[in-house]
Design a protein around this ligand. Structure first.
Ligand code: AMP
Ligand code: MG
Length: 317
């Protein structure tokens, strides 16, 4: 069994494996990551293989301090420094000019590298003991629901991963927010930190890049984060009772009658709680064997914007 609870001993073992080119799943504050030594192209290639991820989709590199940042980024503009001072460690990814040591596979051949400094103590301990930056996408098959618990990883990727460190449920439940600094400050992905908090520090962020900079924003696929069961966004009140019997409901605050299975994101209507529950509830509804999942929209504010981004991509036909 490759699923172990995270203890100082298992973290040491995981760190040794990573130094040897292995692939280890570990918790971060966003979702579980599938990590390998970011400076070892062969190890990174295994991440793509395990996830069946297309190589045009670059990875995020996780660091724990300035020295490690300096190994992967060639340059850190002032605006990036200001954002790091406010949001690192935490769920903000910054796209910076890459250092030569970072393999092309990590960045899909781009001149830039996406970097973040996680806050999760287990992620930090693992990176510290490994002594190398970790390239780590979410620990799920490409395009499928992200994992917010170690069991999700075990269920989806099983023995293909060398080791899965179990550190319990993740805090945010949605991926990091991604910001590009140059040629213009731009939001590349809605995520755990609401964009308005970032704009309070950075000023307005472009939502669309100028045409000549579009290649700098790869991997933003319209279909992503999807369960196997067909899913659509709909208000339950608009679904006739007769069409609910075989379906599952992902509700925001309250169940609706007639559904075969229901999961409520947050009874209190708390969007952070809703985000933390999002993928777990979708994993559960997907496993029940309903014929369809009806997902109720959540308010488009704060982290609700990231939730709706995930749901829209999950429902994209
Ligand atoms: P994830 O799938 O959560 O690991 O996030 C990776 C995403 O980060 C990719 O799909 C890209 O959208 C984005 N990304 C990674 N590296 C870069 C980069 N060098 N430039 C722009 N976006 C990047
Ligand atoms: Mg992912």
């Amino acid at each position: 069994m490759n699923l172990v609870s995270a203890t100082p001993a298992s973290i040491d073992r995981a760190a040794a494996l990573l130094r040897d080119g292995a692939v280890v799943a570990f918790p971060t504050e966003t979702v579980y990551g599938l990590g390998a030594n970011a400076l070892d192209a062969v190890a990174v290639a295994r991440i793509f293989e395990i996830k069946a991820r297309p190589t045009f989709d670059p990875l995020i590199v996780h660091v724990i301090d300035d020295a490690m940042l300096g190994r992967v980024a060639a340059e850190v503009p002032d605006l990036a420094r200001a954002l790091m001072a406010r949001f690192w460690p935490g769920p903000l990814t910054l796209v910076l000019r890459k250092a030569p040591e970072v393999p092309e596979l990590v960045t899909s051949g781009l001149p830039t590298v996406a970097v973040r400094m996680p806050a999760h103590p287990l992620a930090r301990a693992l990176i510290e003991r490994a002594g190398v930056p970790l390239a780590a996408p979410s620990a799920n098959p490409f395009g499928y629901l992200s994992p917010t618990r170690a069991e999700h990883v075990a269920h989806m990727l099983g023995e293909r991963v060398d080791l899965i460190l179990d550190g319990g449920a993740t805090e945010y439940g949605v991926e990091s927010t991604i910001v590009l600094l140059e040629p213009v400050p731009a939001l590349l992905r809605h995520g755990a930190i609401p964009v308005e908090e970032i704009e309070a520090v950075a000023g307005p962020l472009a939502r669309e890049l100028p045409d000549e900079a579009k290649p700098l924003a790869p991997g933003r696929l319209p279909q992503h984060y999807a369960p196997r069961t067909p899913i659509r966004l709909t208000e339950p009140s608009e679904v006739p009772i007769a069409e609910r019997a075989d379906a599952g409901l992902l509700a925001f605050r309250a169940p609706a009658p007639g559904y075969r299975a229901t999961r409520v994101l947050s009874e209190r209507g708390d969007l952070r709680e809703a985000a933390a529950n999002l993928f777990r509830h979708l994993h559960e509804l997907d496993a029940i064997g309903v014929t369809r999942i009806d997902a109720q929209p959540v308010p488009l504010e704060g982290v609700g914007i990231a939730i709706m981004d995930r749901l829209r991509r999950a429902t994209h036909a």
